[in-house]
Design a binder for this molecule. Structure first.
Ligand SMILES: [Zn+2]
Ligand SMILES: [Zn+2]
Length: 190
């Protein structure tokens, strides 16, 4: 069994909290969680702790370079997954046996934000698509802000917040964009 980062083969068992036992590389202090160990822990735990937002005081793990890592159990390639917008690292998962690799400090970071019990979700297509959508929305906002300038962008943001919580949002939007078809559909029948 070789560490995906430093290729050493000395591991010790480490209690990660709530009875979860991971294997820790003695050299780089990264953690290996075989899939069945994590799933068993999740089902025994039986609840999902709500995420703690923000976390500015969280220590930012200094992850080593993540290229070309191999699974310590089956030798296949580890795939990097983003965790969430604002989380400064990716988590590795074996495409074959679904084991999880966390660099030093990553588990502690996830635990502080209660994301450590969401690792079963973050590898799903739904979760990953959501992260990409958030990225696109951020990029669109950034580009609009550049085009409009700070004052007009502030107005646009205000309108958006107002519109988003308005019960007649669709009708206002149709009015603003002047879509005749939408307007016809949205006029309440008499
Ligand atoms: Zn190592
Ligand atoms: Zn594997």
């Amino acid at each position: 069994m070789k560490c995906p980062v430093c290729k050493k083969d000395e591991f010790s068992s480490e209690e990660m909290g709530d009875g979860l036992a991971a294997l820790r590389c003695d050299e780089c202090q990264g953690h290996w969680l075989p899939s069945f160990v994590y799933w068993k822990w999740l089902s025994r735990r039986g609840h999902n702790a709500p995420e703690i937002l923000g976390g500015a005081d969280n220590p930012q793990p200094k992850s080593p370079p993540k290229g070309g890592r191999l699974c310590p159990d089956c030798g296949r390639i580890l795939i990097k997954y983003r965790v969430k917008k604002g989380v400064p690292f990716t988590v590795d998962r074996c495409g074959n046996c679904a084991g999880l690799w966390l660099d030093q400090g990553e588990w502690a970071y996830l635990k502080k934000r209660n994301l450590h019990d969401d690792l079963d979700y973050i590898f799903t297509a739904v979760w990953q698509t959501r992260i990409r959508k958030e990225d696109s929305a951020d990029a669109a906002a950034e580009s609009l802000a550049k085009a409009l300038g700070p004052a007009d962008f502030k107005v646009a943001k205000k309108i958006r917040v107002w519109l988003d919580q308005h019960p007649l949002r669709s009708r206002i939007l149709a009015y603003l964009t002047g879509s005749a078809l939408c307007l016809a559909l949205l006029v309440p029948s008499r």
